[in-house]
Design a protein around this ligand. Structure first.
Ligand code: PBG
Length: 333
């Protein structure tokens, strides 16, 4: 006769009990959808390395957002893909009040004020070399000169009506300087989502195809400003600096390979913490799914749940729209 006092399986014997003791849930309000935008009308361009993700024009964006709202998505993150002739060494298109991104934000605020708009603060879509900042003669990304441009970009996004601006550039000191500029210009309600722990990752490849910076960047890396994937304590220091400089939310990026960082950041600071399930992660799942090597729905929802378990409050994912649909159908059954 066995006299086991602890039989953890008792808590797993029935779906009702499993649900009663479930520690985390994934809901559509946890999901943020990144969207690539391009100039023009009725544009819906494929991105080879990201099946089912498109670069869309502003008119299409309006239709897309209608659909997303019906699915319960609360926020989107916009990334512009601009023509080569708009790129320059000084990246001045980044703060053009009539630029593609700024126009898109204004249209969204006019037609779809219900959706929160997150905009990316970084220069890579606008530089001829694909780096996130201005470079010197040796190709080194200049910190303080770059921050001056990022401030102009941030103000231009805030003026267009962005709800949350998200510096993803990893320059030192930019959160404080941007926060100060927002205050001085009376944008006191604009949230800052700081990409505080952004790694020099190889998982960004498909994104760079999407915004057209891959060929410009060539073999150059972003290792002089993004964090070394071998480091973890360094991320905590970065997060602390950004919190002290006025960040409202911090971001860890990429996601799945950095769940330990999400966990440590959330445990240490308890601040709203977002994570980015990046393009390379999406591409890997999509490729396996297209080969019928995995059950796409179950694997993706499990993957997204792992972010919640690690401590993320919200997740930027190219799967957000699809996951919202899956969650909706699941809840209806
Ligand atoms: C650059 C930026 C990148 C991503 C978001 N903003 C790529 C990079 O640092 O080269 C990557 C997102 C993804 O891979 O999905 N400012």
């Amino acid at each position: 006769m066995s006299i086991l006092t602890h039989r953890p399986r008792r808590m797993r014997k029935h779906e009702n009990i499993r649900k009663l003791v479930r520690e985390n849930i994934l809901t559509t309000s946890d999901l943020i959808y990144p969207i690539f935008i391009v100039n023009g009308k009725k544009q819906r361009q494929n991105i080879d390395s990201m099946p089912s993700i498109y670069r869309i024009s502003i008119d299409e964006l309006m239709l897309e957002v209608e659909e997303l709202t019906k699915l319960g998505i609360l926020a989107i993150a916009l990334f512009p893909s601009v023509e080569e002739n708009k790129k320059s060494l000084d990246a001045k298109e980044s703060f053009n009040d009539n630029g593609l991104l700024q126009q898109a934000v204004r249209e969204l605020k006019k037609n779809h004020p219900q959706i929160s708009v997150i905009t990316d603060i970084a220069l890579d879509p606008f530089t001829t070399h694909g780096q996130d900042g201005l470079i010197d003669n040796n190709g080194y990304v200049l910190n303080d000169k770059t921050v001056q441009v990022l401030v102009k970009q941030a103000l231009s996004h805030a003026k267009a009506g962005a709800d949350i601006i998200a510096p993803s550039d990893m320059m030192d000191g930019r959160i404080g300087i941007i926060r100060q500029a927002l205050e001085e210009n009376n944008f006191i309600h604009t949230n800052i989502l700081a990409y505080s722990a952004k790694y020099a990752s190889n998982y960004y490849g498909p994104f760079r195809d999407a915004i057209g910076s891959a060929k410009n960047l060539g073999k150059d890396s972003k290792q002089t400003y993004q964090i070394d994937p071998a480091n973890s304590n360094e991320s905590l220091r970065e997060v602390e600096l950004d919190i002290n400089q006025g960040a409202d939310i911090v971001m860890i990026k990429p996601g799945t390979p950095y769940l330990d960082i999400i966990y440590r950041v959330k445990q240490t600071f308890g601040l709203p913490t977002f994570a980015y399930h990046v393009s390379g992660e999406y591409a890997m799942l999509k490729a396996a799914a297209q080969n019928n090597w995995i059950n796409e729905e179950e694997v993706v929802l499990e993957n997204l749940m792992s972010f919640k378990r690690a401590g993320a409050d919200a997740i930027l994912s190219y799967y957000s729209k699809q996951a919202a649909l899956w969650l909706k159908n699941k809840n209806n059954t």
